[in-house]
Structures are given as C-alpha cells and as structure tokens.
Design a protein around this ligand. Structure first.
Ligand SMILES: *Cc1c(COP(=O)(O)O)cnc(C)c1O
Length: 826
C-alpha cells in the first residue's frame, strides 16, 4: 500500500489540480476506493479512467466528423495487433502525463510505478503485429479516418520463462483484471457461418442465387478500443471481435444432468477467440486457425458493409468510401467473402462484385520464405467454407483464361499463377488469392518489393505489371522515442526545438550539431542513464551484474534461424576464446543482450535460446574474461521490455541472411534511439544505410544476390568452416560440450546442421561478421567519433516514422486524403 496521502495537498499546477480532482472522483466513483486504502492497481485504474474520459470526447468528435464529411475510411484487417501498454501512450499523446504525475504524487503515488503494472496487450507475435499497432496510432495522428479490425484474444502471446536455460511457455492472462480501455458493443454483433452446403444452381450470370446454408454458426461481438493520435488530433477505433455461442447453453441437456454436454457448443464457439497462435512466419495449418481467419474477416466485412449501406444507401459506391487493407494473407479470404456478400446477399452480378472487391481491397506481403506462404488444403476449405471454395474456383477459371492469352504462356506459367497448388495435394494459395483480389499489392522495404517482383509474384506480375508497389515500414516516434526515451526527447527539444515532434524528418536538424562537444556529452549522458536503468533490470531479472559503461550490444527480436542469433552467439564464443588467450588484445568491455521468443513448436529456435543461456552461464562465471564479456538473455521479450532495452543500446544487431528479412522495424527503433547498426544488406537496413550514410553504419557479409549466386554455384559449408579457424574452434567447443558438460551431445545436431548444409549462411558470413565486430571495437575506443555517428543515426532516420508510411499508403493505395498535412500540423 502506498504511503498515506498528504492531508493537505501541496500546491499543484493549474492542470494538475484539475486532474487531481478528476482522479479523486474516478477513484471514488469508478473504482469504489478511498485514497487511504487504494492499492497501486486502483490508482492505475482511476488514472486510466481520467485519460479515457479525455479520449472519449475526441473519439466521438472524430467519428462524427468522419460521418458528417462522408470521407473515405480505411479498414485495416490484421490477425495481430501488438499494442503493449496503453496508459502512458494515451496520456502522453494527450499531454496529460505531467499533470497526472503531479496529481498522483500529491497522493504519494509514483506514476512510473503504476504504469509498470499495466499488462501488455500482446495480441501479436512480433513485427507484423507491432506494425499494425504503429499504423493505427499514425492514422489517428495524421487524420486518416480508420478502423483496425482484429481478434480479441482472451490469451495473447505466451509469457516466456527461462528455466535452466530453456524456454518455458506460460499462458498469458491480460484480461484477468479487466480492461479499462475497451467498450463492449453488444449492438455490433454478426453471425459467422461454418460448414454446411450450398443450395441453388451455380449459375453466375443466371437468375438463380446460390445460397450457403452453414451447419454451424457463431456470433462475433465487437469490443472497441480508442487509439488516440498525437496531441489528441483524432482518435481511431480498434475493433476486436470476440466469439460467442448463439445459445449460452442447451438447457435441455443440462436438465437431464449432462452438465458438460450442455456447454460444449459454447466452448467450441468461444475457442475461436481463445488464444493467439504463437507462430511467427510459419503458418500453423490447423483448422482452428482457418476458423479464426474467416471469423474476423467475415465479421469485419459485414460490419463495414452495414455501415456503408446505412450511410450511402448503395453497395455499388463501396470503393469510393472504403479501403480494405489486408495485413498479410491471414485475412485473404476477404476476397471470396466480399464477393459472396455482394453476390449472394446484396444481389450484384459476378462481374460487378469482382470489380468492386478489387477496387476496395489491397494486400501487404510480409515474407518471401516459401514455408511461410499460407496455403490451405482444398478439402478443408470445401468442408469449412464450401461457398468460398466455389468462388475461388470461379475466380481461378477467369484468371487462368486470362493467363493463357499471354504470349508464351506455357503449362509451368499457368501452374504458377493458379490459385490452386496442384503439386502438393491440392492447396489454395492465399497469397495468389490476395494478389488477384487486390488493386495494389505491396512489399515492406525497397529490397523486399524488388525480390517479390522477381520471385514469388513474378508470374502474377506478368499479368498485372503495375500492381506491386513498395511501402517501406515505419514506427511511431511517439512510442519509440517520446515515451520510451524521454531523456533523449528532452535533449533533442533543447537542441533543435519542437518541430520534430510533429514531423520526424525534422530530426535532421540535429545533424548540424553532431560535432558539438556539448551535445555529444549530453547525448552520451542520456544513453548512460538509460543503460544504468537497463543494467538494474538485468540484475533484477537474471541476477547477472553488468557494467553500464561497457558497450551494450543488443539483438532483440523473435528467435528464428534466418535472423541468425546463432551467428551472434558463435562469434561470442570465438571472442570468449580469444579474450581468454590474450585479454589485453580486447580493451573494449561488452555486454551482449539477447531477448526474444521462439514459437512453441520451433525446436531448433528453442535450442538456440538454450545455447545462448548455456554460453552465458560459462562466460559470465569465468574470471579469466576479466569482465570484458557478459552475455545476458532477458526473458519474455515484449513491447514493454523493448521500450526498456532499445533506448539503452549502443549497437544494434540486424544480421539476417540477406534476402530473408522483409523489412524489420526493430532496426528502425534502435537507430532512432542512437544505436549504431551492425547488419547485412537486408530489408530496410539498405534504406537505413542510404539515409544515415555508409560511414555511419557497419555493413558486412553477403548481399542477397551473392547469397543466390553462392547457392546456385554450390555452397560448401564444410570447406568454409575448415578455412575459418575461429569458427571451427567455436563449433568444436560447443559440439564437445564445453557449455553443456551435463549433456555434452546437446548441440551435436545443431553444429551438424551447419556442416551439413548451413541454409542460412552462418559459416559463409562468419569471418566478415567477426571482422566487423573488431571494427566496432575500434570505433568504440574513439568515443568522439562514436557519439557523432550515434547522433547522426538519430538525425537521419526520421523518415521511418509510420506517419510517412501511412501517408504513402493513403496517397497511392487507399486514395484518401489525410486531414493533417505535415506543414499544417501545429
Ligand atoms: C519491433 C518489435 C518487433 C520486430 O522486431 P524485428 O527486429 O524487426 O524483428 C518484435 N517484437 C517486438 C515486441 C517489437 O517491439
């Protein structure tokens, strides 16, 4: 319990005393507590309600204005929204943070303490879900009328614990204390069908309408969360669907004593929104996943069609008033569902419906990894969504007819554009369906978009050469600079004024000051303070003591072979060996920070986590290292942990196999906070280099073309390992059990996978990576130059603001004009 509040409140600022009154009222009447007995959570709830009230007025105003003006709306469909905490975000965007801090302090409550206990809304796995969260906030900021649609998972991404070096997944329970940010909308509920059969003739142009008679129906109920933009300019709605049974229970069964049977249907219906699939870029391929995808897509389309018809009367004007963006293929069934609703429910002709659908929908591709491209078995689709399967066949018939007319169209070409993959037991290709049903298809970085055109979508791009465009990802500077790094934000304001807070590209004004000794000192002092805070957290969570003046070398992201945490830890093993041999050769002390979750079923990624922890244990306990290397694995990487780690990073590890990371956004967050990148020419790293200048980033290793060429030529990992002594020694040490004496064979298979193929080119890039790390050491020894480069990184990456990204979408894809132009913002 906090200290008893001061009997007489100290003098407060004018806003703070208004807020203090509101806080007290909320605590009393919304939470039902007396300030003398209120606990931290009660204060958080009261403070959240104060912020919420301030949002609601603007929310209603935004919604009313969109309705009144008849402006086009953007509907962002995403199976994932990785929001994190909302309290600080909303309070900061409404400029309520400082008044609240003062008001709470007058009751003896520290704002930072209560903000810490808000659970993360972890309704996403990683980058894709975080992108959706940044976009929603940016659309509110730049004034694009928008709604995010997703699923209200009862359990978000699992909590990761590390037990004896191993990842253990623990269920997450973010709703257990209630959620002050959401509003249940009982009136916005829709029926979603599954299974059953299609009745009526399949005559597209004739008069008979096919009708789908689902065998099973569930209800989608809306929960709305307001997302407030910077300075509260406007508010967008995140509408998440929860699944409910039509009948809460079968009373008859219950009365006959079958208490479980009475609720099985309900359990089955509600399982749809029970839990987020914890796989990042590998489709789960299970029926429940397809149910989730169709459930939220259908609810969202029914909802937006109802809104459109209510306001404009005629579905034929849909593309003038609505833009539907598909975040990856997870909602790709929208193509067939929208056609179904337009033809079967609204009575349009096939041609009309297909055209309206294409004009309304667009699709963002997030990966080129073949194993990550979603496909569904035809038999499963036929059973679960029989009407949609008919529609997909009908789209395909027209698509293949068009394809055959192309000069030089051979069987291989036809097979490649088809919506049905016949090579692998007949499967529906969701990427091809999304492509064909969209007027624009975008990649998420310049390199990724270029590769899309050359690889997965090359055949379809021959049919539609103008359809693929690039929209390089972005991050919201509000969360990833202002909130996560208040110290740096204050320093930038002192140095160049406030303009960057409206337009992040104005950060470039900092470049003029990059050589100022006083700015360099102050910049380093902010970093040092952030590192001290992180060092304390590391001590708390892992028990490892680290020196805050060491170089903080950070790799935080999902654990995946293509992201190559293995390359990083192998280099750490080689460095460990070299330090032990001759400590004086290594004057730069380093702390290597890892964090990230592995998909529960991805055993090799989990083995890499274990290796990092095993190596960390040995290295951290070895006095011969003289404190020059510390390795920590911080458990349970999520948005809130990212907000703590990123401002404290000196070095940003972005070392994926070139050609495999679509964009990355962690790379942008870290550069914005003044970390220098060590990375490959992959994803948006290429654009980071272009913006900050090749001299302010450390690029190493094979580029995408070289990877392709080396694979084509025949890559021999064994010969490469034999020729790289430091790597060979590191692998031998690991394979012999130096880091796993209790089980020497633990990593035999992992090491063997490098010798036996090394698909991710770890060995091929090792020598270049190790050399790049020594370059980092040399640079660190020249602190003036390091600080200068760090400042220039912050200065030049404002372009990665997601405000810029959503403006580009608005102009080229959605055809909607933002309300606030960058020059007019004030
Ligand atoms: C930004 C972010 C990511 C994406 O990181 P990448 O390095 O781009 O893979 C993943 N998880 C969280 C919690 C993030 O904040």
């Amino acid at each position: 319990m906090p200290a008893a509040p001061a009997v007489e409140a100290p003098p407060l600022g004018a806003r703070a005393s208004v807020v203090r009154e509101q806080l007290l009222r909320k605590l009393t009447y919304a939470v039902g507590k007396d300030p003398f007995v209120a606990r931290r959570y009660d204060w958080l709830l009261a403070a959240s309600h104060v912020v919420r009230d301030a949002i609601i007025d603007r929310w209603i105003a935004s919604t009313r204005e969109t309705y009144r003006s008849g402006r086009k709306r953007v509907y962002y469909l995403s199976l994932e929204f990785l929001i994190g905490r909302l309290f600080r975000d909303a309070a900061s965007n409404l400029d309520l943070l400082e008044p609240l801090r003062e008001a709470l302090a007058s009751f003896g409550v520290a704002l930072d303490d209560i903000a810490e206990i808000e659970p993360d809304a972890a309704l996403g796995n990683g980058g894709l879900g975080r992108l959706a969260a940044c976009f929603i906030e940016s659309m509110a900021t730049v004034g694009i009328p928008a709604m995010g649609y997703g699923i209200r998972y009862e359990h978000g991404l699992f909590r990761q614990e590390i037990v004896d070096g191993r990842q253990v997944e623990v269920p997450e329970d973010w709703l257990s204390h209630g959620n002050p940010w959401e509003f249940e909308r009982r009136e916005a509920a829709y029926e979603i069908g599954f299974g059953g059969a299609v009745e009526g003739r399949e005559d597209w142009d004739g008069a008979t309408k096919p009708t789908w008679k689902p065998a099973e129906r569930v209800i989608a109920v809306a929960y709305d969360t307001p997302i407030v933009g910077w300075k509260g300019k406007s508010v967008t709605t995140l509408r998440l669907w929860a699944a409910r049974a039509i009948d809460p229970m079968r009373l008859e069964a219950f009365n006959q004593g079958d208490h479980l049977g009475a609720v099985t249907e309900r359990m089955r219906a509600e399982s749809i929104s029970r839990v987020l699939y914890p796989a990042d870029s590998t489709p789960a391929g299970q029926e429940l996943r397809l149910r989730q995808e169709f459930f939220f897509t259908s609810a969202s389309l029914q909802d937006l069609l109802r809104r459109h018809v209510q306001q404009f009367g005629d579905v034929r004007s849909l593309p003038e008033h609505a833009a539907v963006q598909l975040n990856d293929t997870h909602p790709a069934i929208a193509v067939a569902e929208l056609i179904r609703l337009l033809v079967d429910v609204h009575g349009l002709s096939w041609e009309e419906a297909a055209t309206l659908t294409r004009e309304t929908i667009s699709y963002t591709n997030h990966t080129l990894l073949p194993e990550a491209l979603e496909t569904w078995p035809v038999h499963l689709m036929e059973r679960l969504l029989p009407r949609h399967m008919q529609i997909i066949y009908a789209i395909n018939a027209r698509l293949l007819a068009d394809a055959r007319r192309l000069p030089g169209a051979d069987d291989a070409f036809i097979a490649a554009v088809s919506l049905i993959d016949e090579s692998n037991g007949r499967r529906v290709r969701m990427g091809n369906l999304a492509f064909i049903g969209s007027h624009k298809v975008n990649g998420v970085s310049a390199l990724h978009t270029a590769l899309m055109k050359e690889t997965v979508f090359a055949p379809l791009a021959r049919l539609h050469p103008d359809r693929i465009v690039n929209k390089t990802n972005g991050i919201t500077p509000r969360r990833w600079l202002f909130q996560a790094n208040p110290g740096l934000t204050a320093l930038i304001r002192e140095t160049i004024g406030d303009r960057f807070m409206e337009d992040a590209t104005a950060l470039s004004d900092l470049a003029r000051h990059a050589d100022d000794a006083s700015l360099q000192e102050a910049f380093a002092a902010v970093k040092q303070a952030n590192k001290q805070r992180l060092a304390a957290l590391i001590g708390e969570r892992t028990g490892v003591r680290v020196d805050p003046s060491a170089l903080f070398d950070v790799q935080v992201k999902r654990i995946h072979e293509y992201k190559r945490q293995l390359l990083n830890i192998l280099e750490a093993v080689a460095l460990y060996d070299a330090i032990r041999a001759d400590p004086d050769r290594f004057p730069v002390p380093r702390v290597k920070v890892f964090a990230g979750k592995a998909a529960a079923s991805y055993w090799r990624a989990k083995l890499i986590i274990r290796l990092i922890n095993d190596v960390a244990r040995v290295v951290n306990a070895d006095p011969a290292v003289q404190g020059k290397l510390k390795i920590v694995f911080l458990p349970n990487y999520n948005v809130s942990l990212a907000e703590r780690i990123i401002p404290a990073a000196d070095l940003s590890e972005q070392i994926s196999t070139a050609g495999m990371e679509a964009s990355g956004t962690g790379n942008m967050k870290l550069a914005l906070n003044g970390a220098i990148t060590i990375g490959t020419l992959d994803g948006a790293n290429v654009e980071i280099r272009d913006l900050v200048g090749a001299e302010n980033i450390i690029i190493f290793g094979l580029c995408a073309e070289e990877v392709t060429a080396l694979r084509a030529r025949g890559y021999d990992p064994r010969a490469t390992i034999e020729a790289t002594a430091a790597l060979k020694d590191a692998l031998e040490a690991i394979a012999q059990g130096l880091f796993s004496p209790d089980e020497p064979g633990r990593y035999g298979e992992l090491v063997g996978s490098l010798y036996g193929g090394d698909h991710f080119m770890v060995a091929a890039d090792f020598a270049a990576y190790a050399e790049a790390q020594r370059q980092v050491d040399r640079l660190w020894q020249d602190q003036v130059t390091w600080r200068r480069k760090a400042i220039l990184n912050t200065a030049h990456v404002g372009w990665f603001s997601s405000d810029r990204t959503v403006r580009e979408y608005a102009e080229e894809i959605w055809r909607v004009r933002p309300r606030v132009s960058p020059d007019l913002q004030s």
